[in-house]
Design a protein. Structure first.
Lengths: 206, 153
């Protein structure tokens, strides 16, 4: 008998098997990017900390009760109207800005608000205080936070367009793509300083 | 003349021997990049609220996730305020230990950049969220992100 060498193993189906596995991993891979509303918590105050006295007119009070109803500055309001009310409050610019490192910022030159006596002095003094009930739904709470952030976004975009010709959203994106650009960084910080986000969460009522 | 005619052959079959290699390469790429969910959810997958003003979370290794929602196990009742840390249903008192444990996994220099991602159901109560926030503040985990779905403008 003629002795033949071992026949080669047919590797033709190898590709099929590998493809099968490949498709399985392709399908199960989720490239989800986690995203959310970011919030910087304040540090725990020391025991003997006395909160500074803030003028009532510089505080924009938002209350959410346990039935998810909104009370803004003592009046009932719908969530959809909150943004405009907040914009009006922040952009009022009725007085002098806060003293920052010994330098008074003076009156708000870029504000387009009503300059009313009874509303906020300056965007860097305007505080938005959100007080919710322990029983408030989290979804509503997030909606409110979102509307307030929208108000800041709108004001920042407007100012940025005036100063640099592009919206703040684009400016931030440009800066993110090119972190080492000092000029961009300066611009971003300039806008952020002009309209700082001051949203405070008051202790919830129970 | 006949010399040339001889060369008129059929086209040879394409060599597919390297095809498995290519496919395996792709396969390994996907196997390596795929991250399976590390924790099994003990609560019903939270229905996240929707918002537009969102920021992407970067550096996944620095993110610790806290889930809030309705427990799958009936013994915890039907409320949407159950907190899940790692694989267990816990209370807000366990949050500091959870955060400190998470900190041991990253280098010290990166600790200030750690972010807590809160995946809470939209029907959860603000009280629960506030309790968690207080505990986070106690252990100085100050970067918080409320996980939401991106909504249309």
């Amino acid at each position: 008998m003629a002795r033949r060498g071992n026949p080669e193993i047919n590797a033709g189906s190898m590709a099929d098997i590998a493809f099968l596995l490949l498709i399985f991993f392709l399908v199960t891979t989720t490239m989800n990017v986690d995203s959310g509303i970011s919030k910087k918590l304040s540090e725990k105050p020391p025991k003997d900390y006395v909160p500074p006295i803030i003028k009532k007119k510089n505080i924009f009070e938002v209350n959410i009760n346990r039935n998810n109803e909104l009370l803004v500055e003592g009046e009932r309001m719908e969530v959809k109207d909150l943004k405009d009310a907040a914009v009006k409050f922040i952009d009022n610019g009725g007085g002098e800005g806060k003293v920052d490192g010994g330098v008074a910022t003076g009156p708000c030159t870029y504000c387009k608000g009503e300059k009313s006596e009874s509303s906020s002095d300056h965007p860097n003094k305007a505080i938005i205080s959100v007080q919710s009930d322990r029983g408030t739904e989290y979804g509503v709470y997030i909606q409110v936070q979102n509307e307030l952030l929208k108000a800041y976004r709108e004001l920042r975009n407007r100012l940025c367009k005036e100063r640099y010709g592009i919206t703040f959203t684009e400016l931030e994106k440009n800066y993110k793509d090119n972190k080492s650009d000092e000029a961009l960084k300066k611009k971003v910080e300039d806008i952020k300083k002009a309209y700082p986000q001051i949203i405070s969460d008051a202790e919830p009522t129970s | 003349m006949s010399k040339f005619k001889k060369q008129k052959k059929e086209m040879p079959a394409m060599n597919t021997a390297s095809l498995p290699d290519i496919v395996f390469m792709l396969l390994f790429f996907f196997m390596v990049t795929t991250t399976m969910r590390e924790t099994t959810l003990q609560i019903d997958a939270p229905r996240l609220p929707t918002a537009t003003e969102i920021k992407k979370l970067e550096h996944k290794s620095l993110v610790t996730t806290i889930y809030v929602g309705k427990a799958k196990d009936k013994k915890y009742g039907g409320s949407y305020n159950r907190i899940q840390l790692n694989d267990k249903i816990a209370t807000s008192d366990d949050v500091p230990a959870f955060i400190i444990n998470a900190r041991t996994k990253v280098s010290e220099a990166e600790v200030p950049f750690m972010t807590t991602s809160l995946k809470a159901d939209k029907e959860a109560n603000v009280g629960t969220i506030m309790d968690i926030r207080m505990k986070l503040r106690d252990v100085n985990a100050l970067k918080l992100s409320y996980s939401v779905n991106k909504g249309a403008n």
